[in-house]
Design a protein around this ligand. Structure first.
Ligand code: AMP
Length: 577
């Protein structure tokens, strides 16, 4: 008879063994060693241990498609660790300053306190059950009580990894692709089959179970379980687009709205955000508009602010973000439509089976999408599509979209499949040249992760040129350095030598270093003294050729803000709502 599981001495369901495996994976930079180490571990696990063990290796307490969170903040985690270590308030903060890694800090605190675990060491399923109990517990006190009981049973190494998972910062250099490869290797399956099942289920723990049981083909796409969105790769110019995709290419406007996946079965409709959260309550008009549809399935598209055939700028739409059950006034002030650009699964309705369309080429998915006649459905639209047969036509389409004030174009290969969560080359984005501002660095802060010992986070300012402001510096943003490690090291030394005042991790520095900052848009905000903030600021370069008296001024910021405020004019096929 074949053994049902490896010999008992190989069977280690403890969280300690999981943590040692994670530690070994983090200790090597070689991908092949990471994968073989993980595969060897996964292969030894029993039925109830494998799914949570694989899920934890994604750095999450729950599977990705699962919308639960533990709801436990970093400060609660820190307080529990201090209690168990009998350490004074603030001890965790000090440990954190040394490593900039919460898990490491928790482990260090327990190790320094000589913490002796109480009771039996927790197994992986017990840790998973504790995470569930924390998610279900109401209020910080009840959540902390469950965590206290769990951490008290952990040795410092295990506690470190429990805290890393809870804080969502595993940091062992293990990418999802490595985990998929390890699952395939552990059970003798094809990596592509594991990836496909992972995409459909959004759950690598369950996928590992299917791989083990030789049942990857049974993975199913399930309505109301959001899939990860396909992402686009940036392209530098039209020539690169044609070089990568060949001809013809398909071109759509790049809508500045909110990416959303619409799932529908019978009378039930839900919308999911790009990070897989259910945002149906935020856009009740989309849910209502979907009621008369007759098919079941999944659409990919964008929620767009829209009035009288014209897009409403993203910044106004943003005011609706995060607001559940928006009032009638808000719905009237910023009306939205759902603009579909893809269909991922479809069934005829009335309980007919749903077919995944992900592996069909875009040209076939687009035909299915057009057949749904959304352009004639109030509250819905579909992306207008152009086909560009060569680089010259693409150039003209791009120029026309810029004329309309758009941020850019999405260019798609009509033969590409839909790859959830991948930033592949099937879709490219072509954006207008970046707008940049020259600012001066006024504050610096210690970074995180591999930047934990260096001053890599910069706060920068422009000059206030309004009458009476005397040209004083006003902050406008904060960005992580886009500089090389060598440049950061050099700048760190310079900032240390030119610190005016230090407040913990933050230093006020002499305003001399000019940085060129790129960003997507500018909006009004009380966060910074200038009254403006940038969306996605990033450092392009240090302008060693410029001094602080040559930086940009507040009136330039105001002009840019007004220009960008207008928003684009998109082409959407609609019934005219
Ligand atoms: P980015 O956010 O700059 O990486 O650009 C990708 C995003 O553009 C996607 O996540 C979508 O939210 C958005 N997008 C806008 N228009 C389209 C379109 N026609 N096709 C696909 N994605 C689009």
């Amino acid at each position: 008879m074949l053994p049902r599981r490896p010999a008992a001495r190989d069977y280690h369901p403890t969280m300690r063994r999981w943590s040692e495996t994670a530690e070994a994976i983090g200790a090597t930079s070689r991908t092949s060693v990471k994968v073989t180490t993980l595969a060897a571990y996964l292969a030894t696990l029993d039925r109830d241990v494998l799914p949570p063990a694989a899920t934890f290796m994604t750095g999450r307490a729950f599977p990705e498609r699962d919308q639960r969170t533990t709801g436990l903040g970093w400060s609660a985690l820190g307080r529990v660790a201090e209690e168990i270590a009998n350490a004074p308030d603030g001890a965790l903060g000090a440990a954190y300053d040394r490593s900039s890694d919460l898990g490491q800090a928790v482990g260090d605190l327990l190790a320094e306190a000589g913490h002796e675990p109480a009771g039996t060491p927790p197994t992986v399923p017990e840790v998973a059950a504790a995470f569930t109990a924390i998610a279900e517990a109401r209020g910080p006190a009840a959540k902390s009580a469950v965590l206290r009981e769990l951490l008290a049973r952990c040795d410092p190494l295990t506690a470190r990894y429990v805290a890393k998972i809870l804080s969502g910062e595993l940091r062992i250099g293990l990418r999802e692709g490595h985990l998929e490869a390890a699952i395939a290797a552990a059970f003798g399956r094809q990596t592509e089959d594991v990836q496909w099942a992972g995409m459909l289920t959004g759950d690598l723990g369950h996928t590992a179970e299917l791989a083990r049981d030789d049942a990857l083909a049974d993975a199913e796409l399930t309505l109301f379980r959001p899939l990860k969105s396909m992402l686009a790769h940036p392209a530098a110019d039209e020539a690169e687009v044609i070089e990568r995709l060949g001809t013809p290419v398909w071109v759509e406007d790049k809508y500045d709205g909110i990416r959303a996946q619409l799932h529908r079965a019978g009378g039930t409709v839900r919308l999911y955000s790009r990070d897989l959260n259910d945002v149906s309550d935020q856009f009740p008009e989309v849910i209502r508009a979907a009621a008369p549809l007759s098919w079941d399935g999944i659409l990919d598209g964008e929620v767009l602010g829209w009035r009288d055939g014209t897009a409403i700028p993203f910044l106004r739409l943003q005011s609706r973000l995060g607001r559940k059950e928006p009032s009638a006034e808000i719905q009237a002030a910023v009306p939205v439509i759902y603009v579909a650009f893809d269909v991922l699964a479809l069934g005829a309705g009335n309980g007919a089976p749903i077919e995944p369309l992900l592996r069909l080429p875009l040209r076939e998915r687009r035909s299915s999408l057009e057949a749904l006649d959304l352009a004639a459905t109030p509250g819905f639209g579909i992306a207008q599509l152009d086909s560009a047969p060569d680089e010259e036509v693409l150039r003209a389409v791009f120029a026309a979209s810029q004329q309309r004030g758009n941020e850019g174009l999405m260019v798609k290969d009509p033969d590409s499949i839909y790859s959830p969560g991948r930033r592949g080359y099937g879709w490219l984005k072509l954006k207008r040249p970046l707008t940049t501002l020259d600012c001066v660095v006024v504050g610096v802060e210690l970074g995180h992760g591999k930047r934990h010992g260096v001053l890599s986070d910069y706060t920068f300012a422009v000059r206030d040129d309004r009458p009476g402001a005397d040209g004083k510096l006003v902050t406008i943003g904060k960005a992580y350095s886009g500089l090389t490690d060598a440049e950061i090291a050099e700048m760190t030394r310079w900032f240390e030598a030119h610190t005016i005042r230090q407040f913990g991790r933050y230093r006020l520095v002499e305003p001399s270093v000019v940085v060129e900052i790129a960003f997507d848009v500018i909006h009004r905000s009380n966060r910074h003294a200038s009254g403006y903030a940038m969306r996605f600021p990033r450092i392009v370069q240090i302008r060693t050729d410029k001094g602080p008296d040559e930086i940009d001024v507040l009136s330039t910021v105001a002009t840019l803000h007004d220009q960008l405020q207008e928003g684009g004019r998109y082409r959407v096929l609609t019934a005219g709502t």
